[in-house]
Ligand binder design. Structure first.
Ligand code: URA
Length: 422
């Protein structure tokens, strides 16, 4: 087999054979196919697509590139969720302990933020002492003793994806449905969860900007999971405006703890409960009541135990940024748009995100949101508070907020209920 013929097959809109796919994934993982060759192939796939059978084989080859985890020794059914990523998407933080409090085991392998989207591990690392890196044994210990664990995937899990995702990130080849679907599902299937709920984001702050693409991504992933024996459901949910009232690491942890304490913004609570119900259903725990677990404190108890088990202090003060800048409403009326992408880029520029994988994040940096689309606003009143340790970045962050906020004399109705695909 030679790599040029694999690249030219796809460049010329052909189908890759099973043998070509198995060979190229294996050779790339071992270093026998160079990054520039794989990036040419990724670009050909982005431009010319893959059919469902090619995607299934590509996913199977990425799973086979590494080890598979096994949670069959646990007495509880396993349930996991994956979000395709967005701005202010802190849902994993309250969701994992909530679903565990209702009887499932939640092995949540999570990632870091890159670009304008935040990452669950960066958020949790703002809790003093908390550790993302666990051995397989430690992960199983935390899962058995608390019911939930949120940690980084080990190097052995789908190593082909680890290499390919990093390459796609720097070659403009992230936004390809076959590559996103196979990347996410290879990790989730290798992780060994019995059931999986996918939160596929749609809108300016998401990879999928429109409903048709999001539906295609969701149904591709549901098909891959189902074919591998994982009960898989997808929800399509709105990412045209940030989720909740915060974007930024410690700010989002604070908001998640509010949700676990029975409060928090309505959209975060609604989505957390919708995903929890789907996860519990998929895990065969239909009678569990997640709303009650938020009200009676049992979800909060699991959160505290889970954070402590990973070295964190759930009572420690969270980092606060040194400087603030308030953005006020330019007119009186109804806020009709607060664009997720613009807010995400601003939070990232303030220091909440990183430009390169090895960059540190500022835990206190980010944005507090004082009004959401549909809310009445008054000229001169605060709309956003920007937080950073590097105030010289305020102008840079403010530039990304230009054209991101619309205020109109007449309101419209916002948001859409989650659409469920299974
Ligand atoms: N998340 C992933 O894990 N992979 C992708 O390709 C996109 C988002």
């Amino acid at each position: 087999m030679d790599v040029i013929s694999v690249i030219t097959t796809k460049r010329d809109r052909g189908r890759l054979s099973d043998a070509q796919i198995d060979w190229v994934i294996d050779a790339y993982t071992k270093g026998d196919v160079a990054d520039e060759q794989m990036s040419a192939l990724a670009m050909a796939i982005l431009l010319n697509g893959m059919d469902r059978a090619e995607i299934a084989r590509w996913t199977a080859a990425m799973i086979a590139s590494g080890e598979r985890m096994d949670f069959s020794s646990l007495p509880r059914p396993t349930a996991d969720k994956h979000s395709t990523g967005g701005v202010g998407d802190k849902i994993t933080l309250p969701l994992a302990p909530l679903v565990a409090a209702c009887g499932a085991a939640v092995p949540q392998l999570s990632g870091r933020g890159l670009g304008h989207t935040g990452g669950t591990l960066d958020k949790l690392e703002s809790i003093p002492g908390w550790r993302a890196q666990l051995s397989g044994e430690e992960m199983l210990d935390v899962l058995s003793s608390t019911g939930a664990v949120i940690c980084a995937a080990g190097d052995g899990l789908a190593p082909a994806d680890k290499k390919l995702y990093a390459l796609r990130d720097v070659t403009g080849t992230v936004e390809a449905i076959p590559l996103i679907a196979s990347s996410i599902m290879s990790k989730k299937i290798a992780e060994g969860t019995g059931s999986l709920v996918l939160d596929v984001k749609v809108g300016s702050g998401a990879f999928m900007k429109n409903l048709d693409d999001a539906r295609e991504l969701a149904s591709t992933m549901v098909g891959l999971g189902t074919d591998h024996g994982v009960r898989t459901v997808a929800l399509l949910t709105d990412m045209s405006t940030p989720l909740g009232l915060t974007a930024g690491n410690a700010l989002e942890v604070r908001e998640s703890v509010e949700v676990l304490a029975g409060g928090g913004p309505a959209d975060v609570v609604e989505l957390t409960l919708a995903l929890a119900r789907e996860m519990l259903d998929a895990a065969g725990l239909k009678d569990a009541d997640p709303a009650k677990a938020l009200r009676d404190g049992s979800a909060m108890d699991v959160w505290r135990r889970m954070i402590s088990a990973q070295g964190g202090d759930p009572d420690a003060a969270l980092p606060v940024a040194r400087e603030r800048h308030v953005v006020t409403a330019a007119a009186t009326g109804v806020l009709t748009r607060l664009d997720a992408y613009g807010v995400g880029v601003a939070a990232w520029r303030l220091g909440a995100g990183r430009a390169r994988k090895e960059d540190p994040v500022q835990f206190g940096a980010g944005i507090e949101i004082h009004a959401k689309p549909g809310d009445p606003v008054k000229e001169g009143e605060p709309l956003l508070t920007l937080h950073t340790d590097t105030p010289e970045k305020f102008d840079y962050a403010l530039a990304s907020l230009e054209g991101v906020i619309d205020i109109s004399a007449v309101g419209t109705t916002y948001g859409f209920r989650p659409i469920v695909l299974d």
